[in-house]
Write a new protein. Structure first.
Ligand SMILES: [Zn+2]
Length: 216
């Protein structure tokens, strides 16, 4: 298969030197974000985002136990010697992959997911900002024993962060507009991705605990 846009699928395809299947780099819609597959463990718990290429490899190795969601445009590989047919894999947007089930999930904390948790709003003045207009504010300042964990951090605009200074919200008379919380696995996987398939959103949003308008 030649490299280039693969007309039947709308994906941009490049051949992979290490496996027989094409590497899907991006959809040709102009979107620069590579679409990814939601990986589950066998218990159905979200366990990460994998590239389409990684999902194809898992299918080819027989590691995919089941898939969920509408089948995506097919990925074609090389011609099979036995029957002369081109090999083909029908990916689904959510796949459960072989492996041991690990209990619990610790949501990594970074500004990108933190600001998405707070809907890019300053939790003191309520205004929305771009990512560069926000800072990570420690509700109980670190200099006074506050730790860098989800329940003690909020998005704050630079002005409110400066105004609050080294004080608690109570001391600064700046009440929080929402209670900071630690996202569960379903919430965190949603927050970690800018663009997801509708089936992935449906799957994740069923287990959202936070009363936020993310699923709208
Ligand atoms: Zn503010």
């Amino acid at each position: 298969m030649p490299c280039g846009i693969f007309a039947d699928t709308g994906y941009t395809i490049h051949n992979c030197s290490s496996c027989q299947f094409a590497v899907v780099l991006a959809q040709s819609c102009g979107c620069k974000t590579m679409q990814t597959i939601l990986r589950l463990d066998l218990a159905g718990q979200p366990r990460g985002w994998i590239t389409l290429h990684e999902a194809v490899t898992a299918y080819a190795k027989g590691d995919v136990v089941y898939g969920i969601g509408d089948v995506l445009p097919p990925i074609f590989g090389g011609i099979q010697r036995i029957n002369g047919q081109r090999s083909r894999i029908d990916l689904q947007p959510i796949v459960a992959i072989q492996g041991r089930i690990v209990q619990g999930f610790c949501a990594p904390l970074c500004n990108r997911t933190l600001f998405r948790r707070d809907d890019h709003r300053c939790l003191y003045c309520g205004q929305q900002f771009t990512r560069t207009g926000l800072t990570r504010d420690h509700v109980l300042p670190t200099s006074r024993g506050g730790t860098d964990r989800w329940e003690n951090v909020v998005a704050a605009c630079k002005r409110c962060n400066w105004q609050k200074d080294n004080r608690t919200p109570e001391e600064a008379h700046m009440p929080l507009l929402a209670v900071p919380f630690k996202p569960n696995s379903w919430e965190w996987h949603f927050l970690a991705k800018d663009r997801i398939f509708a089936d992935q959103m449906d799957y994740l949003s069923k287990r959202f605990r936070a009363e936020r308008d993310w699923a709208a």
